[in-house]
Design a protein around this ligand. Structure first.
Ligand SMILES: Cc1cc2nc3c(=O)[nH]c(=O)nc-3n(C[C@H](O)[C@H](O)[C@H](O)COP(=O)(O)OP(=O)(O)OC[C@H]3O[C@@H](n4cnc5c(N)ncnc54)[C@H](O)[C@@H]3O)c2cc1C
Length: 544
């Protein structure tokens, strides 16, 4: 009989939620194996094109019923493809009560309680505060439009080494300049330096009880073919004393649902309460003459660095609609964001009829692409997403590179719609003032589009509506922890990565202190990974 492989800790997934505890536990002295479904790419492997087989290796677009979600599929997870806007969530978010009418976050977590962990991540990544000189042209247009409409607008802090950034605008492909501070440049190499074994193309299927004495859980995986992730070339099981699930908000609940029978049941909140972070993109079609006349901005023809398609995708945002005293479901941020040309199909063409992807009006709209200003609203949603039964293997049914059909259903609740109506109205007021632009909705698909999946295995104090306790431990399953975006209870009104990372930092510190309970002999305190880059840092501008 083959001996079962054992290790102290198995971490599933290598994004923020996996890399951070993976590092701390390894640095504390535990043996750590990290299983990652996607491939491993280095800085020089990232490309600058949209061909199939290049960026499609590392990105997944998962289509559900009423929602499409984009997420990373590689070592480093979504931190490799993300746009690196790094913001602390406003204080009121932690006090939200949602449609349940009672506090969604555990009583032990507030903005103030999370501030030290936010600070630690900001230093470790590190995060840089952009100045207006660092903000690309569309960020300047958005800021000038906000100012003219009587609103403040701030340059966004980003996890980017601004001295290395070339403003190439290919962040979704992975950064080939080593400027974006993904997990590939900090926590993961630090974890490996402490002996962590990172295994790419290992897709975890389920978790069951261990058969070896002294070990708690058996993690089963398939080894995937690097050229076709639908094909398995092997399989295996590792037993561990502690398991950390960090397969992202689209992966973690599916693994747990599939494991329910073997583990003797799952909390009811696993796979429920999904939040797309209230993401809503709309478009301002700018009148270039008015941009000059009203905002005093001009783009000289042929000056590449003043083009829309050039620059960091996220430059500026307004916090003015994050009023803590306003009613829940009416608060949001509005952030300038750039999307690749593939999204040309999504905005409405301005014609009062059913949405179309093609046609004369759409052609006229796309011909003016250089005058598009896209703005992302991040609102308070109602956590209405629910996962159906898991597929036979994997997190979703893969139909092509970078494309899959998921089991997630999202039927927009009136409270969520109220937030989107409010953010649409605010955006329209800003951009249509004195005819500066025409506001268009994103109607090319009926599905909600999100790059910020959250809350599908959330933490909280109420066992009926939260799968995890306030230490990220899965209720009823000691030694099984969830530290990724799925643990965040609800939408944040800002981009979520810094909060996910701060929570993972906090959870890691708790895990180090509790490791003895799980038979691990580790040091209770471990310093964060050091940063070697001399980076330009200013105090970051966050909502209060
Ligand atoms: C295009 C894009 C732009 C974004 N821009 C920003 C931004 O500017 N600011 C911001 O704050 N946020 C941004 N986000 C969101 C942010 O990247 C995510 O919220 C965050 O990275 C999620 O971290 P995570 O650890 O929960 O999950 P992930 O980083 O997604 O990590 C999950 C990992 O688990 C792996 N995995 C999944 N299933 C399995 C399995 N069965 N077995 C083994 N491994 C598995 C995945 O391949 C992945 O590596 C963006 C996201 C996208 C897609």
């Amino acid at each position: 009989m083959m001996a079962v492989e054992t290790t102290d800790v198995v971490v599933i997934g290598t994004g923020f939620g996996g890399a951070i505890p993976g590092y701390y536990l390894a640095a504390g002295g535990a043996g750590v194996v990290m299983l990652e479904r996607g491939p491993r790419l280095a800085t020089e492997d990232f490309t600058h094109n949209l061909q199939l087989g290049t960026f499609t290796r590392i990105v997944d677009d998962i289509r559900g019923d009423g929602v499409d979600v984009i997420a990373g599929n590689c070592v480093g997870g979504s931190s490799v493809i993300y746009f690196a806007a790094s913001l602390r969530a406003p204080s009121f978010v932690f006090e939200r009560t949602g449609t349940l009418g009672r506090r969604l976050w555990p009583a032990s977590i507030s903005r103030r309680a999370l501030n030290p962990w936010y600070r630690r991540v900001e230093r470790t990544l590190p995060v840089s505060q952009q100045s207006w000189d660092d903000v690309p042209y569309p960020g300047g247009v958005w800021a000038a439009a906000c100012a003219r409409a009587g609103h403040t607008c701030n340059p966004v802090p980003v996890a980017v080494d601004l001295a290395r950034c070339t403003n190439c605008n290919w962040m979704v492909n992975g950064c080939r300049f080593g400027a974006k501070r993904s997990m590939l440049l900090n926590y993961l190499p630090a974890a490996e330096a402490c002996g962590t074994d990172i295994r790419p193309l290992h897709e975890v299927q389920s978790i069951g009880p261990a058969s070896t004495s002294g070990y708690r859980y058996a993690v089963s995986y398939l080894v995937l073919d690097p050229d076709d992730y639908r094909v398995a070339t092997g399989s295996g099981t590792i037993e561990a004393k502690l398991v950390i699930l960090a397969a992202g908000a689209m992966g973690t609940p599916v693994i747990l649902q599939r494991s329910a029978a073997a583990l003797g049941g799952m909390p009811a909140a696993v796979g429920r309460y999904f939040s797309p972070n209230g993401d809503r993109v709309t478009l301002a079609l700018l009148d270039e003459g008015k941009v000059t006349e009203l905002l005093g901005l001009e783009r000289a023809p042929g000056v590449a660095y003043e083009g829309y398609a050039i620059g960091k995708p996220i430059g500026s945002m307004t916090f003015d609609y994050l009023d803590p005293s306003a009613a829940e479901f009416t608060r949001f941020s509005l952030q300038q964001i750039y999307f690749p040309p593939i999204t040309n199909i999504l905005p409405e063409d301005g014609v009062d009829a059913a949405p179309v992807w093609f046609g004369v009006d759409k052609k006229a709209l796309t011909a003016r692409w250089r005058s598009w200003l896209t703005v992302l609203a991040m609102t308070e949603d109602a956590n209405e997403g629910v996962f159906g039964a898991p597929p036979p293997s994997g997190n979703f049914v893969r139909i092509a590179p970078a494309a899959g059909l998921g089991q997630l259903a999202f039927h927009t609740a009136p409270e969520t719609q109220r937030g989107w109506d409010a953010s649409d109205a605010a955006m329209k007021t800003v951009v249509e003032k004195d005819g500066l632009a025409r506001h268009l909705l994103w109607k090319g698909t009926p599905n909600v589009q999100s790059a910020h999946p959250l809350a599908s295995c959330r933490m909280g104090d109420d066992p009926a509506t939260s799968a995890l306790d306030d230490q990220h431990e899965l209720r009823g399953h000691p030694g099984l922890f969830v530290t990724d975006a799925s643990s965040v209870p609800t939408s944040l009104c800002v981009n979520p990565s810094l909060t996910i990372a701060a929570l993972a930092e906090r959870a890691s510190s708790l895990l180090l202190r509790r490791a003895g309970e799980f038979g691990l002999g580790v040091r209770p305190r471990v310093p964060p990974p050091g940063t070697t880059d001399a980076m330009r840092r200013r105090r970051c501008l966050h909502p209060a």
